[in-house]
Ligand binder design. Structure first.
Ligand code: FES
Length: 572
């Protein structure tokens, strides 16, 4: 070995400190485990409370075998895990906590590289944010989607069909008994949600960023090929240390460009916007909200998956997967952006083939001609808001209607189905107090349910605007991530019932049609500042004091920028 590994700062030498570090780690490891070979952490988000990641211990064993086979020393490192469906008040409140905890543990421990095991929505973003900050050689193994469940003969897209079925119950077209019966069919197998929701999106986007072995994103969790790739990722992690190939060499402006192209081509979740902005921020890569529009807006939607289309993740994998889809838009990708293999992403496209054109469309026959995320601006969102045209109703992409305003998610639930609520299909539903600071945590509530009386009349979509996020499995004409949010003085706090709001997606406009003088005289709605009193202690207090707005990735302001892997002091 030419270059001493980082872990040698702990283990090399004959002094008392090196003795202590080695002695406590022997527990079965041979003496030559400390001779300078790479020590690889397996940052593992397996948890019984994160159902989508519960199988990652098995994946970790395959990674371990790969690390050993390549001459490294694998070390299991349990990290904060977030079950999207389980944690309250919203998993997004804890993303930065998970990222910060993982970052500190990667830095504090005697490791030379890391394999990152994630799956459920926030787990891969938090691990990538951590790895970007520490900048130790890293490779991601996404846990993979579950197999498709069926209910009464119909494939169930988890997430997407929960929204659809619950709306059918509210519309009176599905019995509650049938709805509850579908519950046992939703979670078919190990793995994360099987739609192109946030977990699938982040797995694909991570591969497009170059941070996985190419071809791994979308392999279903129960598929034995996932374990094979996990083994290969363990081997690769050792090679990464030898090559000193770090995230900062992979996660360049070009790789974020490729991620945005991929995000559009697969019809991925709007949540990827905040996650990619946060990851870029950790590396000092110049990436703005407008880049998503400029790079992605005209990219065709090629993947016919729920929620934008029909199929599910195991169909996508069977049809050729991400690399086959990206081959269709190869000319739009940055040819110089490398992956963890050291080779450009585009080099890995040559062998990719499409096996089912129903699932992965040809470039000339897209599901939609322009599928990227659109960024809207105007007096209602001077710092931007996002909308996913591919998931919206075409007739609502240009619309002006009167606002119906809700000050919190609780207010929405209390009044939405009130028979006396002055609302019709032309109304624009506005929800505020749900941004990063106002909620706090920016929950996935932007896809507000529709008023029951409109559902009963057959209305299935309306314009909805909020400072919240929405689940990647949701759909509709939903404007999200309005910045600045109401709680920090955004114009959303000034909207009143009946004000006209103009949305013009082709024109990229979002305006409150109230004269500036009138707006200047209005007091912000107090309830929009926060649904709850400012937290007195703990993580929430730190979060509220330091979280940035959605257009900056909703990271904490003091975590921006890489701080590297150096630890200066020793306590023994
Ligand atoms: Fe975990 Fe959907 S709840 S990925």
């Amino acid at each position: 070995m030419n270059r001493p590994t980082r872990s040698q700062q702990w283990y090399a030498g004959t002094d008392r400190n090196a003795y202590i570090h080695r002695a406590w780690m022997r527990r079965g490891l041979p003496a030559d485990a400390f001779d300078g070979r790479p020590h690889i952490a397996i940052a593992n988000t397996a948890s019984d409370l994160t159902p989508c990641n519960v199988h990652l211990d098995e994946v970790a064993r395959a990674v371990k075998d790969g690390v050993f086979a390549a001459g490294g020393v694998p070390l299991n490192l349990p990290v904060v895990s977030l079950g999207e469906t389980q944690v309250k008040p919203t998993a997004m409140l804890w993303r930065n906590l998970a990222a910060m905890a993982a970052e500190e543990m990667l830095r504090a421990n005697p490791i030379d590289g890391v394999v990152l095991l994630g799956g459920c929505d926030k787990t891969i973003p938090s691990l990538l944010m951590a790895a970007a900050s520490v900048d130790l050689p890293a490779v991601v193994v996404p846990g993979g989607p579950m197999l498709t469940g069926h209910f009464r003969g119909t494939a169930l897209g988890c997430g997407t069909d929960v929204w659809r079925l619950s709306e059918e119950v509210r519309a009176g077209t599905l019995s509650e008994e049938a709805f509850l019966e579908s519950e046992s069919a939703t979670y078919r197998s190990r793995g994360h949600c099987n739609t192109m929701g946030t977990a699938s999106t982040m797995a694909c986007v991570t591969e497009a960023l170059g941070m996985t072995i190419p071809g791994v994103a979308g392999i279903p969790a129960p598929d034995s090929r996932l374990l094979e790739r996990a083994h290969a990722s363990g081997r690769l992690a050792v090679d990464l240390v030898h090559a000193d190939r770090r995230p900062s060499a992979v996660l360049t402006r070009g790789s974020f460009h490729n991620a945005i192209v991929a995000l559009a081509a697969i019809g991925g979740s709007t949540n990827a916007v905040v996650h990619l902005l946060a990851i870029a921020g950790r590396l000092g890569v110049e990436l703005s909200l407008d880049d998503f529009d400029a790079i992605g807006a005209d990219v065709p939607l090629l993947v016919d998956l729920q929620p934008a289309g029909r199929h599910l993740m195991d169909d996508f994998h069977r049809a050729g997967g991400l690399l086959a889809a990206l081959r269709e838009v190869r000319d739009l990708l940055d040819p110089a952006a490398i992956t963890v293999t050291g080779r450009p992403l585009v080099d890995h496209l040559d062998a990719a083939e499409v096996w089912d054109r129903e699932v992965i469309r040809a470039r000339g026959e897209p599901l939609r001609a322009a599928a990227g995320i659109a960024v809207l601006r105007g007096n209602l969102a001077p710092d931007g808001a996002v909308v996913k045209p591919a998931a919206a109703s075409p007739h609502l992409l240009r619309h002006t209607g009167p606002a119906v305003v809700f000050d919190s998610i609780e207010d929405l639930h209390a009044r939405l189905d009130d028979e006396d609520l002055a609302v019709d299909e032309n109304s624009v539903l506005v929800l505020r107090g749900c941004g990063p600071r106002g909620y706090p945590g920016m929950p996935e509530v932007g896809n507000m349910p529709l008023p029951a009386k409109l559902l009963a009349r057959g209305v299935r979509d309306m314009v909805r605007i909020s400072d919240a996020r929405m689940s990647g499995t949701a759909y509709g004409t939903v404007v999200l991530h309005v910045a600045p949010e109401a709680a920090v003085g955004g114009a959303l706090a000034l909207v009143r019932d009946g004000d006209l709001i103009e949305i013009d997606v082709p024109g990229r406009r979002l305006n409150l049609l109230v004269p500036a003088g009138e707006l200047a005289r209005r007091e912000p709605a107090p309830a929009a500042r926060a649904a709850y009193a400012a937290p007195a202690r703990g993580w929430e207090r730190l979060y509220v004091q330091h979280v940035m707005q959605a257009d900056k990735g909703a990271d904490l302001d003091f975590l921006v920028g890489s701080s590297g892997d150096r630890v200066a002091r020793e306590s023994h």
